[in-house]
Write a protein that binds this ligand. Structure first.
Ligand code: G3H
Ligand code: ZN
Length: 297
């Protein structure tokens, strides 16, 4: 049987009304918690490393670990270079063996964003052929911008400026001219967790889905802190890939702080990280169930 590629899972998700989970990691502990849960629940998944995360974990190390879990757990796991902000950083990840890159030039003018994203798409195609990759390297681009950062818990209410939101006609043009496989819009979502719950713009999600067609994945970034009913509705409106980072980091940090406070003399990492892995497992399971990706391998 030919193994399914990222695009096969994304197409299947859109048709069947669920979303492929994307979890960010910066260490082997988080990765283990996520992979154990995905194996148990038989969920396909994407693992992402931002530039900061990849600099900590190591590009080659991330690739080697994802491969090891793929082989040992028989997991459908795809490694994504998340929010890479330059063509050269995206190319480094492709060269290291990543299955996917997210080239995020949303801070640039649309013309520049299109030009450089297209360069990454062409490089990914060329490298997929040269390397004879089992699966074609998938590329994600972004138009519109998110006003906050992952891992921050904002004490203040965050207002989303209307000019930061993605316009469907720009989305259509971007997708057509760049040839990306996945598209990340700004639709009321934000990175991190704000004091006020985000209010997703469902009409905009539907309009963008219509504008980009069904062959391109529609990615919801900033999945942390979005109420469950809004995530379900977003999937109904055409989202088929959801990113989670902050909620995992919070679960990790809280479990570690609690364990060390209760066991101040403990010095053995595999003992105190056992509680962290358990916390990551629980959060991952919650999200996999919410996204509807259980038993989709
Ligand atoms: O790319 C990463 C995600 O968009 C994570 O967002 O930290 O709000 O879950 P989050
Ligand atoms: Zn993101």
């Amino acid at each position: 049987m030919i193994p399914l590629e990222i695009k096969d899972y994304l197409n299947k998700a859109l048709k069947e009304g669920w979303a492929l989970p994307h979890f960010n990691v910066s260490d082997a502990v988080t990765l283990r918690g996520i992979c154990e849960t995905a194996k148990e629940l038989k969920s396909p998944l994407m693992i992402g490393t931002s530039e900061g995360e990849r600099n900590f974990i190591g590009l080659r190390q991330a690739v080697a670990m994802a491969r090891a879990y793929h082989e040992e757990y028989n997991l459908s796991i795809f490694l994504n270079a998340d929010h890479h902000r330059s063509v050269s950083a995206a190319q480094e990840a492709i060269n290291a063996g990543y299955d996917s890159v997210h080239i995020d030039l949303s801070a640039a003018q649309l013309e520049e964003n299109i030009k450089s994203t297209k360069e990454v798409v062409e490089y990914a195609r060329q490298m997929s052929n040269v390397k004879g990759q089992m699966s074609k390297i998938s590329v994600e681009g972004e138009v519109g911008y998110l006003v906050t950062e992952s891992s921050k818990i904002y004490k203040e209410v965050i207002e989303i400026p209307p000019e930061s939101l993605t316009r469907p006609e720009e989305a259509a043009r971007f997708v057509k001219e760049t040839g990306v496989n996945r598209f990340a819009p700004a639709v009321g979502n934000l990175h991190g967790i704000s004091a006020n719950a985000p209010k997703l713009d469902f009409e905009r999600i539907k309009a963008i889905r219509k504008a980009i067609g069904n062959e391109v994945a529609l990615v919801l970034h900033g999945g942390s802190g979005i109420p469950d009913d809004q995530i379900r509705e977003a999937i109904k409106c055409g989202i088929n890939n959801v990113h989670i980072n902050t909620e995992l980091r919070v679960a990790y940090a809280e479990a570690l702080r609690k364990f060390l406070a209760e066991h101040p003399d403990e010095t053995t990492p595999y003992k105190f990280f056992a509680s962290v892995i358990e916390a990551v497992r629980q959060k991952t399971a919650e999200k996999i169930i919410l996204f509807g990706s259980v038993h989709r391998i």
